[in-house]
Ligand binder design. Structure first.
Ligand SMILES: C[S@@+](CC[C@H](N)C(=O)[O-])C[C@H]1O[C@@H](n2cnc3c(N)ncnc32)[C@H](O)[C@@H]1O
Length: 245
């Protein structure tokens, strides 16, 4: 299975458990929509949520802009089915976010915790920007380098090589914010990766040896804290070229 298909298959398989294990993703989605609402002066007529998953961003967007036509795009069919069950009025688009080029243009495009799963995040941002209507805005939240450092340290201390999917360096002009999350135990954090579908390992990385990991998790007592370092990116629609003379 190709890298992208593996990633999407992992999320798809986690569609039923995703909501219960993604408190921090929900907090990031809320912050993203609050930023977009503070920034975008008018009421958007059309909103697109890219990498929508089960709809954390879509839900906050619906609450903010009840009059808008909202579309949610994701490559994972079961994630979209969960979203549709919660928000039947939302249009769903099953597509690859890295290659999507539909005809519709949107006043507001939002994306949370999805961009880093794409092979070329910078190219994806340019493509998404091209989907904006004139005067439109693209707001993206993406975890960047420094995220989940606590988990990496935990594994290194146990003599294990971490196999986390790599986070990109930050993006020019982005604002950074830390989102801490507390889990009941290191085991609960490890489980959250699986239950949220975010356990696909780095390309070329080796899977963690199960017995050594189990031993390290069992040896850890008390809660386990992790932090997502999240970059908030804001891009405007490109201004139309002046007519050639
Ligand atoms: C961590 S989840 C984030 C979901 C949601 N935005 C949230 O904040 O909870 C990442 C989502 O990106 C989707 N995804 C990953 N790669 C994708 C791709 N190439 N095209 C479309 N969706 C993709 C996954 O299926 C998953 O639903």
């Amino acid at each position: 299975m190709a890298g992208e298909q593996k990633i999407v298959a992992a999320f798809d398989a986690a569609a039923e458990s995703y909501d219960a294990w993604t408190e921090v993703q929900s907090a990031v989605a809320r912050a993203l929509v609050a930023r977009a609402a503070a920034d975008f002066a008018r009421a958007p007529k059309t909103v697109l949520d890219i990498g929508a998953g089960t709809g954390h961003v879509t839900g906050f967007a619906r609450a903010n802009w009840s009059q808008a036509h909202i579309a949610a795009l994701d490559a994972a069919p079961h994630m979209l089915a969960r979203l549709k069950a919660k928000f039947p009025d939302v249009e769903t688009i099953q597509a690859d976010a890295a290659a999507y080029s539909g005809a519709a243009r949107y006043d507001l495009i939002l994306s949370s915790m999805a961009l880093h799963w794409l092979a070329d995040p910078v190219a994806a941002l340019a493509r998404w920007r091209g989907l904006l209507a004139p005067g439109g805005e693209l707001h993206v939240a993406v975890p960047v380098q420094g995220s989940l450092q606590e988990w990496r340290s935990f594994l290194h201390k146990a003599g294990l090589e971490d196999s986390l999917w790599p986070f990109p360096a930050s993006f020019p002009g982005a604002e950074l914010a830390a989102f801490p999350a507390r889990f009941d135990s290191a085991l609960a954090f490890a489980r959250s990766l699986k239950k949220s579908g975010a356990h696909t390992g780095a390309p070329g990385g080796r899977p963690l040896p199960a017995p050594a990991l189990r031993k390290a998790l069992a040896a850890h007592s008390g809660p386990f804290d992790v932090t997502f370092q999240v970059a908030f990116i804001r891009l405007e629609a490109a201004s139309p070229r002046p007519p050639a003379r």
